[in-house]
Design a binder for this molecule. Sequence first.
Ligand SMILES: Nc1nc2c(ncn2[C@@H]2O[C@H](COP(=O)(O)OP(=O)(O)O)[C@@H](O)[C@H]2O)c(=O)[nH]1
Ligand SMILES: [Mg+2]
Ligand SMILES: [Zn+2]
Length: 364
Amino acid sequence: MSGTSAQLEPGQVMCPYCLEIVVYDERALYVRNEKMQYERLHLAKHTNPLRRADVLRGAFQLCGNTDGVTAHYIPVPYLTHGRPLTVAMVGTSGTGKSHLLTQMVAEITDGGLEPYGVRWQSVNPADHSEFIRDRVAVLREGKQLESTEQTPFADFVEALLLTGTDGHVRPVAFFDLGGEDLVRTDALLRFLLGVDALVFVVDPLLACALPQLDEARDQYRLVVSRSDPAFETVLDRLPRSGAYLDVATALVVGKADLLRFEPPVDRWLSRPTTAPFDPRRMREESRDVYAFLRHHAAPAWLRPFDSALRCSLHFASATGGQPTNGYFPHGVRSRRVLGPLLSILAMCGVLGDSAPQRPSGVGR
Ligand SMILES: Nc1nc2c(ncn2[C@@H]2O[C@H](COP(=O)(O)OP(=O)(O)O)[C@@H](O)[C@H]2O)c(=O)[nH]1
Ligand SMILES: [Mg+2]
Ligand SMILES: [Zn+2]
């Protein structure tokens, strides 16, 4: 676990919406009615323990922060299972974070972590159904997700309760860190201090000067860049312990379908991710991705790997192909999106004691 989270006292949780500190308080609970309005929950009425647990499972707490933000409500299970594991996706807008994260959550809720001994539950059943309806189902219909408005700081996307191999239940919250608009607010700095895992998403259209990517680059009016400004912002602001960042880190070359004829990407893309989690396989893939980026991208794209004590590297495709006019004509099929997730879960102890260390033999 990251050693930087000490500033949250036991019982304190960061509100996923406003990033301020909250403490579970049974006097500030609400339930949502059929009209999606919040009504005060009077817990004293529920004396039957089973019924009470059931009511709490679907209840919310009003966040105490009213400072310039509209009233917002946090699902109770998010506040009552210890400190949530926070995972942030990093990359400038358009790199594919939303598609990748949606497909990771889809794999989890399809039972993709069960072979690894990890079970899931929603943090709030209604909110989770909404996520599935608005994102997972849209992709399954072959439609592109609309690009998300970036706020000045970390955007909360989705949370799930994961039960690890040790039987311990914990909330895992996924955030989007857009980068170019990141403002140096106290809340953002506090967010970065408490973050447990970072997934840096490399867009090959921005990173790799391969001529076969030119057509797609033209389509999006992109040019090859020396680095991603979001990587730079986050890496410059993250607190370090000694020379390295002590946060579980994965570097993902996304949109890898665009590189599917390129060795060794072809080899990895055609391999299914199989249980149990295999640190050796992960090191092999890390080595290949490292060599690939060394060869085809400017050095700054590997900065997350150079900066982090624990960092694995991956190839993944969220969609399996390119969209035309907002549609994926051959349908959407993700490839290897579980790899980076498994790796950070292993580093954070959710998969038991298979925690991968810095991949030896990769890079320096
Ligand atoms: N070829 C390909 N395109 C993708 C993939 N994932 C996302 N995209 C496209 O990349 C663009 C940006 O994706 P999005 O997830 O919204 O990026 P974000 O701004 O980082 O959240 C959209 O046009 C997507 O259709 C992928 O795996 N392969
Ligand atoms: Mg997005
Ligand atoms: Zn809040």
